[in-house]
Design a protein around this ligand. Sequence first.
Ligand code: 4NP
Length: 157
Amino acid sequence: MKILFVCTGNICRSPLAEGILRSKLKKNHNTAEVDSCGFESFHIGDAPDARAQAIAKKHGIDISAHQARLFTIKDFDRFDQIYIMDVSHYQRVMHLSRNVNDRQKIDFIMNQAFPGSNLNVQDPWYSDISAFEKVYQQLELACEIIASRLKEKPGKT
Ligand code: 4NP
């Protein structure tokens, strides 16, 4: 199973989701692959935002090695599930999708915890560290469900 998280800058929300899920999979000895990317080019090649790194570190997760990259059409072929953070990413990924198979891979990450809710994980970039803690807690909840589903049925999410 190959899972991709998508946000805007790929320096806050999606690298946090990637780090959280990666850490859970490691604990479960699960070999599923995880990656993250974004849509805006401002931070390509950059490490995650210092606040995102600090929140991850507080919870025992090191996300410092990630380098921001852009979403590409090839990601539809490389990944089985594409989890987006908010409705803007949903619209952009859907717009780039080529067929039903691509579209079936796309979902709001918070739908894993609250099916059908289409809840956004709000952009924390313009906020203070408390917004990053809220993002962390939301992503932790969703990633716990993704990881436990992968544990029960390694072939599915
Ligand atoms: P992210 O947050 O999408 O969670 O990585 C953002 C980071 C940077 C910007 C926007 C959102 N930016 O406009 O530079």
